[in-house]
Design a protein around this ligand. Structure first.
Ligand SMILES: Nc1ncnc2c1ncn2[C@@H]1O[C@H](COP(=O)(O)OP(=O)(O)OP(=O)(O)O)[C@@H](O)[C@H]1O
Ligand SMILES: [Mg+2]
Length: 352
């Protein structure tokens, strides 16, 4: 899995939804910059996209090799690789989404079956193609007695609302880490705000928060999904134009509050009876963000670690689960989440 934060590749070797081994490969700066550049229209995109996909695939393969080495197993002991690829555009309203990767190359290099392109079939069936993780969240974190919310805070945030009767809904709530990451990178050259310490040193700017909350996407009903297509540097620059004299740490505090507020509002609107919120994704490491989220919600907020799954492994496990669904010829999407016309088999196979 490599998500919208553009931090790198999270890999897991899993069996029956359990992590046996995990590996993380950070993107080299040049690849991260190119993947960011490919998020918006630019010169000679087809050629550059293909080269970036090949380079990314080499790192996916290195991640797989690392997992095999750590586990002391060989390629023929692995059923399949679920390879999400890197989203560079997500435009379900126009009938497409784009996760770049070269699955043929990954199959060639690893000699393992590769399942890729998980989102298109759902979009072809009229769905958003995202989020795809709620079905997995239900299978691992669902409860027969409690309404639970799983909040994945990656680059973008998404929630899964898991009801005791098995009903599942969910959608992308808006930004996760990407605005905070972008701001600290622009101001201080850091990849992310460790534990939210810089944000915690600032003060939330109420007027800026109101301005950010005016984004129309936030009020849209589900199904909905979003990405860097909307929440990007241009979006932030536009909203900051009247706040040129604000202290950078105060902007960081406000961006963190914005992520917390949008998540909390979505949970209050669509899961008012939630009895527990479990956070996964890198945002779970942002102590300040977690504190703000807890302050805004009446029910306890913790990370998925308390349910036995490290927050950093959840999304990668979900794509292993989706690959397993494909191998068993079972649907991976949920109509109640993506709005597709029906359950669909997700993915395409590139055999070893
Ligand atoms: N110690 C930390 N303190 C604060 N933030 C952190 C910390 N560690 C990671 N993060 C944040 O988590 C991000 C990575 O999260 P993650 O890998 O879950 O996102 P992602 O790649 O966008 O995944 P996805 O799109 O699948 O949800 C980093 O970019 C950073 O913002
Ligand atoms: Mg990541």
């Amino acid at each position: 899995m490599s998500g919208t934060s553009l931090d790198g590749i999270d890999g897991v070797l899993s069996s029956s939804n359990k992590t046996l081994h995990a590996a993380f490969i950070a993107f080299p700066d040049a690849l991260r910059a190119e993947l960011l550049a490919l998020q918006s229209p630019s010169e000679n995109e087809i050629h550059r996209e293909a080269l970036a996909a090949n380079q990314l695939t080499t790192l996916y393969a290195a991640c797989v090799q690392q997992l095999l080495k750590d586990a002391g197993i060989s390629a023929d002991q692995v059923s399949a690789i679920g390879a999400h690829g890197q989203t560079i555009r997500h435009r379900p309203e126009l009938g497409y989404t784009r996760q770049i990767i070269n699955p043929a190359l990954l199959a060639e290099v690893t000699d393992i079956d590769v399942i890729s392109d998980f989102r298109h079939r759902d979009i072809a069936a009229g769905g958003q193609g995202a989020p795809l993780v709620p079905a997995f969240h239900q299978s691992v974190f669902g409860s027969a007695t409690q309404t639970r919310v799983v909040a994945n805070i990656g680059g973008i945030s998404n929630i899964s609302i898991l009801r005791p009767d098995g009903q599942v809904t969910g959608y992308d709530t808006g930004p996760g880490n990407l605005l905070m990451d972008g701001w600290i990178h622009a101001q201080r050259g850091q990849q992310y705000d460790d534990s939210g310490q810089w944000a915690a040193s600032g003060l939330v700017l109420p007027d800026l928060l109101v301005e950010l909350m005016s984004e129309p996407y936030l009020a849209l009903p589900a199904p909905k999904s979003t990405g860097r297509d909307l929440f990007n540097t241009a979006w932030l620059t536009q909203h900051l134009q009247h706040f040129g004299s604000a202290a950078p740490a105060d902007v960081q505090a406000t961006l963190t509050a914005f992520t917390a507020r949008t998540l909390a509002n979505a949970i209050q609107r669509d899961a008012p009876g939630a009895e527990a919120v479990y956070v996964c994704g890198g945002g779970a490491m942002n102590t300040y963000l977690m504190r703000l989220l807890q302050e805004k919600l009446a029910c306890p907020v913790s990370d998925t670690g308390v349910l036995g799954v490290s927050p950093q492994h959840v999304e990668a496990l979900a794509f292993a689960w989706l690959a397993e669904r494909f191998c068993e010829r079972l649907p991976g999407n949920l109509q109640s989440v993506t709005g597709a016309r029906g359950p669909r088999l997700l993915g395409a196979l590139y055999p070893a």
